[in-house]
Design a protein around this ligand. Sequence first.
Ligand SMILES: *Cc1c(COP(=O)(O)O)cnc(C)c1O
Length: 392
Amino acid sequence: MNFEQIKSLDNQYVLQTYGRNSVAIDHGKGATLWDTEGKEYIDFTSGIGVCSLGYANEQWAKAIYDQAMKLGHISNLFYTEPYAVLASKLVSASGMAAAFFGNSGAEANEGMIKTARKYSYDKYGQGRATIITLKNSFHGRTITTLKATGQDHFHEFFFPFTEGFRYADANDMDSLLAQSGDDVCAVMMELIQGEGGVNPLQKDYVQAVAKLCAEKDWLLLIDEVQTGIGRTGSLFAFQQFDIQPDVVTFAKGIAGGLPFGGFLTNEKCRNVLKAGDHGSTFGGNPMAASAANVVMDAMTPAFLQEVKEKGEYLRAGIAALNSPYVSGIRGMGLMVGVGVQGMTHKELKDKLMAEGLLALTAGKDTLRLLPPLVITKEEIDKGLAVMAKVMK
Ligand SMILES: *Cc1c(COP(=O)(O)O)cnc(C)c1O
């Protein structure tokens, strides 16, 4: 089918819940994509931070194929090898204690929220269920994770929302203390707010929050759905903030493109959720777990160091454009935010796309770049050349 045929089929039969780009992507290799009309793009999106090993990675595809030919699915009522192996890899690389597997970021955050509330209920009884989250955060699209999201416009239409969330300003301990109280059981945050505009939290603030949580026996809940699995140049971003969460979630990049999400708990929380308290039919599916094992095996210290270096190279390249449209450059590793002025972030994204570079937007005025972690210097240079053409 050509683009117009696909688009008209979609418009007739699909709920139009996305602000889609006028392009149908057909295939890719590495960090390069081609649309149905044969046009080539450099990809600075990875889906939305998902395709960490790029497109058509042979080891990844082979692991999925081999597992599909062996056992495509079995319920969580049985043990499977890829599942247990993946959990052991995540635990040993993160300093956490045990894993739960689901299918998406919102579902991972739901499980983390349930862990915090049950931890508190088991120890202190009812009335201590409130979770403090940060303004400008994003935690997902379910009724509970929408309410956990600290942006008012996500709290419309779908009433009644889950109770028990209060919001503090990021990087502001006084604001957090003002939301404190006997009803609180946890603080939940992203270390770099992704959808909110690629806003990194300050290290001293994060460490002060961790200390406060330890003092009050509030759980420290870190949402690494976007920042996790190598994106920032360490397996988890929290490892660069020198903190240890009680619970941390991951999703987007973990299985390189198959649906997968989950959370890791520390020793203190590993027995909070018991048999029957939580579950997921598809969670930890053997094909998805096999794909995730390939992604985890790629996360060597040398690979993570390259992610850091490529991120610095990309940020330096953007800074060197001296573009009048750039108001600032933020981020860590290959999670890069470019403040846009003089046109809207959407206008800029569309102009880049027309010239062969795919990018994302975030917040009110940020161009968000999340290239595949395997992107080459040559591909980054091609992307920078498009940025130079459009933004000089
Ligand atoms: C994308 C995202 C989510 C939601 O993940 P889904 O897989 O879309 O449910 C939650 N938290 C953060 C930080 C995210 O970036």
